[in-house]
Design a protein around this ligand. Structure first.
Ligand SMILES: Nc1nc2c(ncn2[C@@H]2O[C@@H]3COP(=O)(O)O[C@H]4[C@@H](O)[C@H](n5cnc6c(=O)[nH]c(N)nc65)O[C@@H]4COP(=O)(O)O[C@H]3[C@H]2O)c(=O)[nH]1
Length: 597
């Protein structure tokens, strides 16, 4: 081919190549323009062998802008780095579907660099590219749509005036709460509340004032309950509450009282000082019904009973519970005051060593001297103190009083004795026991060896490992430890070996019948033998007769306590007894069977 012709052809080829390259660049430019100016964020990822997604291979400008990242920065990330935890989990399920079908659409939430959550609808497709597979994801920002959906949802399920859940949402929540309570075998209570004489306010002062009052009432009601409780407005002046996980009837009664009290202070609306009160009905799952409708109906019935009773009170659907619950509620409030107003006192019951015949210690027993009701037994108020959370303060008060009194006797020249103080199960579990005991011993100056803590079987059997740790800490302090009411509870002897105990206390219910009931006698004998084999001392409580004492001595019981020797005494009486007994032994008593006190 002539040179000129070759040159022309080559020039033509170069021109064609340039044109093709130009066309390719233009096309690429167009695609890039489209890619970067699309309304949606676009991401490209490779799919690994195991179906996982690679780092972003490509992202458009919109993706960078919305997510607040620079391009290079975003390219270094994986999808799971830019979504919240819930979305990350969702993506795993979605990936399976995507790889199976080749495409899918789903909603999730992206997290921007600044931590902002961006709800998006993702449309994802899988394509083959260069021998492997890639996923192209187009993410449409649906913030506005979500907001609109939320507003619509809120309007459908909430009361427009107060913003509280409405009847529909209340029913839905109640159904869910009932299903949960059923699964976990828990109680649940439904409260129905109606404002007293609301109609009068509405009719005389107008709807605007009425509406504002309802809003203010709604606000006060929600302040009385926990976040997981539901307060709803059923319409008019009727409100309902769901209290999940109420463990005692008294808990619901207490909240009802709180609601009543919350509405007592005046409301200031449009220059008026308004007073309202409420009548409340309470129904419980499962005792008063298992269906939402039944529970609501029964709470409503109880509410009408409260109205009949003169308004401004609450009633339980099961009428027989009312007096009990009121009584305990009132007593709980009184107990709180009793602690402040020093109506509590400690009595001391001597404990006698059967070898020496001497008083070796005393049990501290709390008493409540109520100004009108008289002396109230601890059996009545200890459980109440546990339920109301007062046990921590009460227990510490008893411990401090008993230790201080014991130290005072020692300083007065009495032979040093050991004071035994009861610990309740809740006190053991829920209060910083070790710190409390250490502080009390330090403050009172009592040598730890003169303090004994009496635990019940239920304490030690409940959480063995935690109990062992606590008991070891107490023991390390030098405190004595005993098990109270032995034999009444869990009858598992296996733990005895594992606990650092000093003494075992035989419950008085066995002691009472040791001379008449062969079984009780056999149990007492067995317990003494067992305790001795574990190197524990045994004390029998509730010893009332000489026959019982004779039996216990024959069985080699170490120590005794009971009305045969002395009933629990005031601190003053006990001091006098110590004075009197300072020189004497209790042998005479033991052999002659004379009782003191
Ligand atoms: N029938 C009869 N009873 C006798 C005799 N000897 C003693 N008792 C009574 O038996 C109870 C012995 O105390 P407990 O088993 O620890 O049983 C105590 C203890 O579990 C609890 N308790 C008392 N004070 C406290 C305290 O400060 N804290 C805690 N957590 N519980 C306490 O209340 C329970 C009852 O205490 P109390 O009514 O003082 O009743 C005392 C005592 O008065 C007797 O010969 N015959």
């Amino acid at each position: 081919m002539p040179a000129i012709e070759r040159e022309l052809r080559e020039a033509e080829e170069r021109r064609a190549r340039r044109q093709a390259e130009e066309a390719l660049r233009e096309r690429e430019e167009k695609y890039r323009l489209l890619f970067n100016n699309a309304y949606d964020a676009i991401f490209l990822n490779a799919v690994g062998e195991d179906g996982s997604l690679s780092n972003f291979l490509e992202v458009n400008d919109v993706a960078c802008q919305r997510m607040g990242y620079g391009r290079e920065e975003l390219l270094g990330k994986q999808p799971c780095d830019v979504v919240d935890e819930e979305s990350a989990q969702k993506m795993m399920g979605v990936m399976r579907e995507l790889l199976r079908q080749g495409h899918t659409t789903f909603e999730m939430t992206l997290t921007s660099k600044g931590g902002m959550r961006i709800p998006v609808e993702i449309s994802a497709h899988v394509f083959p590219l260069g021998g492997s597979r890639v996923v192209l994801s187009i993410a449409r920002d649906i913030t506005e749509r979500k907001r609109a959906e939320e507003i619509i949802w809120h309007q459908a399920y909430h009361d427009a005036l107060t913003g509280l859940p409405n009847r529909v949402l209340f029913k839905d929540r109640l159904e869910q709460a009932l299903a949960y309570a059923h699964r976990h075998q828990q109680m649940l209570s439904v409260i129905f509340l109606d404002l007293d004489r609301f109609k009068t306010i509405n009719d005389t002062l107008g709807h605007s004032v009425g509406d504002q009052l309802l809003q203010a009432v709604a606000y006060r009601l929600t302040k009385c309950v926990r976040e997981e409780d539901t307060v709803a407005r059923m319409g008019g002046d009727e409100f309902t509450l769901i209290l999940p996980e109420v463990t005692h009837v008294e808990d619901a009664a207490k909240i009802a009282q709180k609601l009543i009290d919350a509405l007592k202070p005046p409301f200031y609306i449009d220059g008026y000082e308004l007073y309202t009160s409420t009548s409340i009905g309470i129904a419980f799952y499962p005792t008063d019904g298992e269906e939402p409708e039944t529970l609501l109906k029964n709470a409503d019935t109880a509410m009408y009973r409260a109205k009949d009773q003169g308004r401004n009170n609450f009633q339980l659907y099961a009428a027989e519970m009312n007096s009990l619950s009121f009584e305990r509620l009132a007593l709980g409030n009184m107990l709180r005051k009793a602690l402040d107003q020093e109506e509590l006192l400690v009595h001391y019951q001597p404990q006698v060593d059967l070898d020496s015949g001497e008083i070796f210690g005393m049990e501290a027993l709390v008493r409540w001297q109520h100004p009108e009701l008289g002396l109230i037994s601890p059996l009545q108020f200890i459980s109440l103190a546990e339920e109301t959370g007062l046990i921590g303060a009460l227990g510490e008060w008893v411990l401090r009083t008993a230790c201080a009194q014991n130290k005072a006797w020692q300083l007065a020249g009495m032979p040093p004795l050991r004071v035994a103080v009861n610990l309740s199960a809740r006190q053991f579990k829920h209060t910083p026991l070790i710190d409390t005991v250490a502080h009390v011993l330090e403050d009172t100056g009592l040598d730890p060896q003169y303090l004994e803590l009496e635990l019940t079987e239920s304490i030690v059997a409940e959480n063995v490992e935690a109990t062992i740790t606590t008991l070891r800490d107490l023991k390390a302090m030098g405190v004595q430890l005993s098990i109270d009411d032995f034999g009444t509870g869990y009858s598992s002897l296996s733990y005895l070996k594992r606990f650092p105990l000093d003494m075992l206390k035989i419950d008085q219910s066995f002691v009472h019948h040791i001379n008449t009931d062969a079984d009780d006698a056999a149990i007492v004998t067995a317990v003494i033998t067992l305790a001795h084999s574990l190197k524990l001392k045994v004390i029998a409580e509730g010893v009332q007769t000489e026959e019982q004492l004779t039996f216990l001595r024959a069985q080699r019981c170490d120590k005794v306590q009971g009305n045969l020797f002395s009933k629990p005494l005031t601190a003053e009486e006990f001091g006098k007894l110590l004075h009197k007994k300072k020189e004497e032994r209790w042998d005479g008593l033991l052999t002659k069977g004379v009782s003191y006190g």
